[in-house]
Design a protein around this ligand. Sequence first.
Ligand code: SF4
Length: 527
Amino acid sequence: MIPACHKAGTQLPACFSHCAPAQPEHHVPPMLQPQETLLHDISTISNTCHNGMAVAIRGSLRTLCTRQRAVTTTSRIMEKTVTLSTAELEQAPAEPPSLTTALSRGTAQAPSAHDAASFSRTQNTASGFVLSARSDVFRRRFYPEVSQKTWSDWHWQYANRITSLGVLGTMLGLSEEEAGAGTGLAALPLAVTPYYAAQFDPHNPAHPLRRTMVPTVEEWSLNPGESADPLGEDSHSPVPGLVHRYPDRVLFLATDSCSAYCRYCTRSRRVGKPCAGSASRRRWPAAIEYIENHPEVRDVLISGGDPLTMTDSALNHLLSQLRRIPHVEFIRIGTKAPIVMPQRITPALVRMLRRYHPLFMSIHCTHPDELTPEASQALNRLADGGIPLGSQTVLLKGINDNVPTMTALMQGLLKNRVRPYYLYHCDPVQGSAHFRTPIYKGVEIIRGMRGFTTGYAVPTYVVDAPGGGGKIPLMPDYVQGYDGEELVMRNYEGGLYRSYDPAVPLAAHNVHNAGPAGCADGDMPCL
Ligand code: SF4
């Protein structure tokens, strides 16, 4: 998911976007870095590019250096930001209530009071992006010199990601657990776009969106069953950057960068590392060649990292390479950008993507509070572009592990034309135990949704088997067993129903056969 070679809302030279589509991790956000650091970064980037591009890049240095004036201005903005007093923070207008707040007050209504409050004061900016009241309050408070237009530019959002607890602490009241995370982060850096930070409850460390992005000391623990690569992806990787675990499809890790880092990320061992963008790009030729040489591969999932952190031109290049392979029938992109950086979904991006149909997109989303006016606009732009959208959600303790929240999320996604797809049990990646629920919790949630809401809104709950076993779906057990020539089933309300079904021998069914007595007692071995 990424490209941070765009700074302060300006476009990189074309040569740059070709040779290094995803350089975000290479740069300290300009608002935080001194002039010398930026010059060093520019030189380093020049040195790491392909020879053929080096001349063009040097020619572009003047443009980049000129841009430093904007960087310096942004730095001043940050200086102003970090000196805001507690009193100033307290005087800020009240935030629209989040779903979490509503739930704690017992006033939650699907999909979210947060949405309603934000939508009611949403503005249309000059650049064609909507801007919710919540986001605009945050912009005015912490980035007063940044215009609405600049705020709505994804390059600015990406370049100005918040990457230090010190800066984040000026915007939120950090808890002891958050403040103590410090430099003890083992693998995953901190990064969150200003837009997404605006959605956090600054006074509540338990706020769901905040918990997914702000590190805590709990990440330092290595717990039983956890590992750096719980899905065994590295052992199913025939060439760097490609995972071939299923017969007819591959996972193409296009970049190791994201616009925001989820604290439970399965790939925390690899995402967010320095130079993640350029290193990822160097893996592409071998990965494409592997796909060309394997005609059984008909489906390519482009993920990372987040592919939508790459520039349009880099993504266009990759998609065109894949589309040239005759046996690649189907391309998918996995991304969280519409949720954490909805400004990325520009009309130009959608125009480019629609050239590569059939192209699907899997949207990583976690909580109904993410479905802001901005995210809604992004999702609807994609849907209007004819891109089928599916969702992927990780079941997270204290964040979305209850039926009302999960139902609100899935119903909210449907309203934005996103079909709920997978609900994942949280993978046992190191330092993630505080996010993980018991496996049965997911089954309970599915049981609480199936039949009670639209079938389209019910995702498939899966456990990604440790070691590379693939996704294993888990369902509430509605089949109770056979009683003679009748199949006994339990419906969503718990009632038992029988269906005359004499033709198929019992042995052909992979179902329980505990008999009618067990059914009647309700003690069948259901999940
Ligand atoms: S879960 Fe996805 S968006 Fe989040 S850090 Fe991992 S790769 Fe990036």
